[in-house]
Design a protein. Structure first.
Length: 132
């Protein structure tokens, strides 16, 4: 009778986080660790060079939208001297921003629970049923 294989016998492990990976997986790092490593390299590249998001995307052969995502998440931001070329604006007031989705003024207006402390028009924010 054949002996059953160990539960993790058909796996290799990520070199960084030790997460199990299929033997057929070509990389030595899991997808999460690959993205973290890429982000560290991007961050270092930005520190050493005067670049914009297009330069970063081209240098690392990654989609421009990935760089924009990191900017929206606040993980990277524009330098102050690039503020005049920014194409990002606060989603609430429209002011130019260097990272995230809200400007500093709108962020201050948000309370701890994440709701705006400024009174908004309640009639527009109510839920309603749509008649068929």
């Amino acid at each position: 009778m054949e002996q059953p294989q160990d539960l993790f016998g058909n796996y290799k492990y990520c070199e960084e986080c030790k997460r199990p990976l299929p033997l057929t997986y070509k990389e030595n790092l899991c997808p999460s660790c690959i993205e973290q490593k890429l982000f560290r390299e991007v961050k270092e590249y930005i520190r050493e060079n005067d670049v914009n998001e297009y330069d970063v995307a081209q240098h690392f052969h990654i989609p421009h939208m990935q760089v924009k995502k990191w900017i929206r998440e606040g993980r990277i931001e524009y330098k102050d001297d690039h503020l005049n070329t920014i194409t990002m604006h606060c989603t609430r007031c429209g002011a130019p921003i260097s990272f995230g989705t809200l400007c500093a003024k709108c962020m201050r207006q948000k309370d701890v629970s994440g709701h705006s402390s400024a009174r908004e028009d309640v009639s527009d924010s109510r839920m309603r049923f749509i008649e068929d």
